[in-house]
Design a protein around this ligand. Structure first.
Ligand SMILES: [Zn+2]
Length: 76
């Protein structure tokens, strides 16, 4: 990890308290508060991608798990 406040240089897992490098993107939205064209992106490390996906899936949020981080959502 390269210092504080450098999260944009090295993508970090979105799981609380996890500082692992993210290797997955979970693209999702909450249909109750987000319009159909809105997308939220969580980043996840290998260990937490299943946890975060299940967290969203249990709320019936539409989601897509994309390998890699950064512009993957935009290029889908
Ligand atoms: Zn993690």
């Amino acid at each position: 990890m390269i210092g504080f406040g450098q999260q944009f240089d090295e993508p970090v897992c979105s799981r609380a308290a996890c500082r692992e490098r993210a290797t997955w993107s979970i693209v999702w939205r909450n249909p109750r508060i987000h319009t159909a064209d809105r997308r939220k992106v969580w980043l996840a490390c290998d260990e937490h991608v299943a946890y975060l996906r299940d967290f969203l899936a249990s709320r019936d949020f539409p989601l897509e798990v994309v390998e890699g981080v950064g512009t993957a959502g935009d290029r889908a």
